[in-house]
Design a protein around this ligand. Structure first.
Ligand code: OGA
Ligand code: MN
Length: 296
């Protein structure tokens, strides 16, 4: 037996394979077990995350603790938002947010139900919104519930020079009243006046702190407001910008399998989810990596 070859096999980890989706964003990472990530592999993964904005890693077997440990490699974690049921979080694991339509004793175990989740980015109503969210699939319906991602770099870069000039220096209110399923957040008074609704004000065009690239930062459409403009003007300009969001050339759609982990950059992407049959079950567990800086 060739000793040199066999020992080389033992000490050299298989290099990860990065397979871009061929769309505006997203790449699949192959040959990786997220429970055993050495520093060199994590560095390669982080580079791919900055290059592609969304990473898919299939065929994982993660407990909540594994999901938390992997997510922590990217930074401190935010506590999950209060579930729509009013429950604060999963018992003993405040970092885990459950996205699910499943009911236990008549009460949903998670958020967002089975309807559409409209385009949004997570928790941008915070002054320092999360860097990333990691979503792990435990149960998946036979059809529906696909999740699409769009590149806010690509959308920014495509805006006509005149439109870029008109939005330069504007600030946008990111609403904290409703979640992407249209459900009222816990402890918030319902309102549809974007000028007075709770939320955080961020620059409409931001520079990504890690990549240095410019991106459009829209957050979500409902109750968005361009600060200082007449409401009509704000609505018209927002509609003009939002017309870009649904265009297929800026997006990648993911069709889930059980064991998929998708981690997205929450600053330079938005996501939406298709509805699915409420008689089927869908259970996803999510973590969110805490933002450390305000968007600039
Ligand atoms: C989320 C989210 C969509 C989905 O977890 O932040 O929007 O596909 N999920 O479940
Ligand atoms: Mn979301």
């Amino acid at each position: 037996m060739d000793i040199e070859t066999s020992s080389a096999r033992e000490v050299t980890p298989r290099a990860i394979e990065i397979v871009p989706t061929g769309k505006a964003l997203g790449a699949e990472i192959r040959n990786v077990d997220l429970k055993r990530l050495d520093d060199a592999t994590f560095a390669a993964l982080l580079r791919a995350f900055h290059d592609h904005s969304v990473l898919l890693i299939r065929a994982q077997a993660l407990s909540d603790q594994d999901l938390i440990a992997f997510s922590r490699r990217f930074g401190e974690l935010d506590w999950a938002p209060v579930q729509e049921s009013g429950r604060r979080f999963v018992e003993g694991l405040p970092e885990i947010y459950i996205v699910s339509n499943v009911k236990q004793n008549g009460e949903p175990i998670g958020s967002l139900g089975a309807g559409e989740a409209v385009w949004h980015t997570d928790m941008s109503y915070l002054e320092a919104p999360p860097i990333a969210s990691a979503l792990y699939a435990l149960e998946i319906p036979p059809v529906g519930g696909n999740t699409s991602f769009s590149s806010m770099y690509a959308i920014h870069d495509t805006l006509a020079p005149d439109l870029k000039r008109r939005i330069a220096g504007l600030k946008i209110k990111h609403d904290g009243t409703y979640n992407s399923g249209g459900f009222l957040r816990q402890g918030v008074t319902p309102t549809d006046d974007p000028r007075t609704s709770p939320g955080a004000v961020h620059p409409l065009v931001c520079t990504h702190p890690d990549t240095g690239r410019e991106m459009l930062y829209l957050g979500r459409r409902r109750n968005a407001y361009l600060v200082g403009l007449d409401l009509n003007e704000s609505e018209a300009l927002l509609d003009e910008l939002w017309a870009y969001v649904d265009r297929a050339e800026f997006a990648w759609e993911h069709v889930w399998q059980v064991g998929d982990l998708v981690i997205w950059d929450n600053r330079c992407t938005m996501h939406r989810r298709d509805p699915f049959d409420d008689n089927s079950r869908r259970i996803m567990h999510r973590t969110q990596i805490k933002g450390t800086v305000r968007p600039v």
